[in-house]
Design a protein around this ligand. Structure first.
Ligand code: GLY
Length: 409
């Protein structure tokens, strides 16, 4: 009896220590960070209301430059690639708070993007636009209208697939400038919507397109050291690979932080959807080269080879994308390596949640210090909506991981 009692006490102590250890190990108070996001979402919503208290749901928050404290909004349009992130943020915020007023706002902003399912493809960004908005909306509500929008948009995205190349065309408007069929690394993110559609009543061919795109990209988009270029160009007629060049990075052979982040996230998704070990192996390769040269706080400079490091701007958005991806990847990779990925993600989220990176009272965005397009001189050291989107996604995933829940449901 006495022994049983002692065992019970020992178990309770171990359990309490384990809980404390996991909280200490993460060093992130996820609920505090998600409550902070809720506060910032409400500040943003009140900023978006006009004097009559009305919101123009077609205007999507895009960025806040360093010197400003109000969102610059852009009209939802086929050529505004960031139009779906704000409604995605609202859906994640609703998922955490269960606040029906937030759900109502999420629905209104999501509905403002329906036209994308009824318009010919302008470029590859349809996955960003529709899967972050309608995708999260459907995940949380199972609204059949949302499902139809996603299925229709996946079919539209598929019109950019060129069998001769075996990949989607990212920027139809830039075929002449780049000298052929251009594929950008960001395009990997749009594959998730094709996989989803193929499994949810769409044409199974959509998954074949996604796999072909991932394979072609794996073959040609990376240097032997596993760093990706931003753009790969293929001969439109023969499909032959021509060259790798940059668009938003420092140089053709440098590692543009967000490009590599898209690769890490993209191949993690392709592994999830195919369970083919070659993608798991590749996701680790593209991750390992990224983790190797990070600054101490795990928030990358905008390009790992930018010449002015350590004075170069950071890109918090890349850290958000990678943190979210690594939480998922850590669940597929067994043993120490998986732990290493989870710890790296937690370290990123910890830094992002510090006063250095959170906007706090200074602005209604979640985060500061992202870099959009350095060669263009745009959105440098700014708050950018996709950083906030992947930050709240990463926090939501971390909370589910801590609670032993499925990250993706
Ligand atoms: N072109 C999308 C990005 O800036 O990552």
């Amino acid at each position: 009896m006495k022994t049983k009692g002692l065992i019970l006490v020992a178990c309770v102590i171990c359990f309490v220590l384990a809980c404390r250890t996991s909280r200490q190990n993460t060093g992130v108070n996820v609920d505090k960070a998600l409550s902070y996001c809720d506060t910032q979402v409400k500040r943003t919503l009140s900023q978006l209301r006009n004097a009559q208290g009305e919101i123009d749901y077609s205007m999507m928050p895009r960025n806040i430059m360093d010197s400003l404290d109000t969102w610059h909004c852009r009209k939802a349009a086929i050529d505004e690639w960031c139009g779906g992130f704000w409604s995605g943020i609202l859906w994640y915020n609703y998922e955490y708070t269960q606040d029906t007023t937030i759900r109502n706002e999420a629905e209104q902003y999501t509905n403002a993007l329906k036209f994308l399912s009824q318009t010919p493809a302008f470029d590859h960004d349809l996955g960003f636009l529709v899967f972050c908005s309608y995708g999260n909306g459907y995940r949380l509500t199972h609204n059949p209208e949302y499902k139809q929008v996603i299925l229709d948009t996946a079919d539209t995205l598929a019109t950019l697939y060129r069998p001769k190349v075996g990949a989607l065309l990212s920027w139809p408007r830039h075929v002449a400038d780049y000298g052929g069929h251009n594929v950008i690394m960001d395009n990997m993110i749009n594959l998730e919507m094709l996989f989803w559609a193929a499994k949810n009543g769409g044409n199974p061919y959509l998954a074949d397109i996604a796999v072909s795109h991932a394979d072609k990209t794996m073959k040609h988009h990376f240097q032997p050291n596993n760093m990706c270029a931003h753009v790969a160009v293929y001969d439109t007629l023969t499909g032959d690979f021509i060259k790798r060049v940059t668009h938003q990075g420092y140089a053709d052979e440098s590692m543009w932080a967000r490009g590599q982040a898209w690769a890490i996230y993209g191949y993690t998704v392709v592994y999830r959807e195919t369970r083919d070990a070659k993608y798991l192996d590749f996701a680790q390769k593209v991750t390992d080269v990224y983790l190797k040269d990070l600054p101490k706080d795990y928030i990358p400079y905008w390009d790992f080879h930018a010449p002015g490091i350590p004075e170069e701007p950071r890109d918090a958005s890349a850290a958000c994308v990678v943190a979210s991806a690594l939480l998922e990847l850590s669940t597929y990779v067994p043993g120490e390596k998986g732990d290493e990925y989870r710890k790296a993600a937690v370290k990123m989220i910890g830094s992002l949640s510090s006063n250095k990176y959170q906007s706090g009272k200074s602005k209604p965005s979640f985060l500061l210090h992202s870099t959009g397009h350095w060669p263009n001189g745009s959105e440098i050291d700014a708050s950018i909506i996709y950083a906030d989107y992947y930050y709240i996604e990463a926090l939501t995933r971390l909370k589910k991981l801590e609670e032993g829940r499925d990250l993706l449901i």
